[in-house]
Design a protein around this ligand. Structure first.
Ligand SMILES: [Zn+2]
Ligand SMILES: [Zn+2]
Length: 266
């Protein structure tokens, strides 16, 4: 079973292409399912409905996004299964907001990703004044636990993403990291093997191998995503991802239908 549950399109302001082009790419690569999961709106930066224009869609665009996904899914029915998703921010203190928000739409799954620690983006090169990498990493892991416990999300996106632009904390499996994986297991969320890290200078997928091994150890289910920001990224290095999962011991992959989990053979 090959699914790509993590794709972005023109609405977020930093990806290229129409939804249909991603679906066509998935058909060309022989995927069984393609999930649409553009960056949902930002809410925590104040009342401006488009507070982070090159980061995520505007709040006003959300209904259009949902309607376009439904139209694309229906247009491709019989050729490929198109799943309706979203990559939502997971921001500390905003779990109830996002749980209520995403219930209002007919989504198959919601990816919750920690992109923000308060108003600080984890993709900023510069750290907030007075903060060490390790203190940011701790906050990031606590935010990840909170996201899993919130009930707002089905999948936790790119779990060790804070490493992307070089905030590299202690990378051993610390007690807090292992505790975080146990929280993921207890709450029943899935993690994605997100292959986009292999396209970036960090050159490793999310989560990295040792962390994925802990996920397997504690019984956290997995899904697959390329985090495509252009149609050519769909299915990126999935053979490598599947080989890694099998080596670690995974035999099943998680799919979602209307926010319910279905395990399929890998
Ligand atoms: Zn993006
Ligand atoms: Zn993301």
């Amino acid at each position: 079973m090959r699914v790509d549950y993590h794709t972005h399109h023109y609405r977020c302001g930093h990806a290229r292409g129409q939804m249909a082009e991603y679906v066509e790419a998935a058909i060309a690569r022989g995927l069984d399912e393609i999930g649409l999961s553009d960056h949902g709106p930002v809410y925590h930066l104040g009342p401006n409905p488009h507070a982070a224009p090159r980061t995520a869609m505007s709040q006003h665009e959300l209904p259009n996004y949902i309607n376009e996904m439904i139209a694309v899914r229906d247009r491709y029915a019989g050729r490929i299964t198109v799943k309706l998703g979203v990559e939502s921010d997971a921001v500390s203190g905003w779990g109830d907001h996002f749980r209520r928000l995403w219930r209002q739409y007919p989504l198959d799954y919601v990816i919750g990703s920690v992109h923000w620690l308060g108003e600080w983006s984890i993709f900023s090169q510069r750290r907030p004044a007075g903060r060490t990498v390790d203190s940011l990493y701790e906050e990031y892991l606590h935010a990840t636990q909170e996201a899993a416990r919130s009930g707002a999300y089905d999948i936790i996106g790119h779990v060790d993403c804070i490493k992307t632009v070089g905030h590299l904390p202690d990378r051993t499996i610390t007690a807090l990291l292992d505790e975080t994986v146990q929280v993921l297991a207890e709450t029943g969320v899935a993690v994605e093997v997100n292959t986009s890290g292999w396209r970036k200078s960090i050159c490793e997928c999310y989560p990295r191998t040792e962390l994925l091994e802990r996920c397997h150890h504690w019984g956290v289910p997995v899904t697959l995503g390329s985090d495509a920001h252009e149609p050519e990224h769909v299915g990126w290095q999935f053979d490598d991802a599947v080989a890694l999962l099998k080596e670690i011991g995974y035999r099943e992959i998680t799919t979602f239908v209307q926010r319910k989990r279905r395990m399929m053979p890998l």
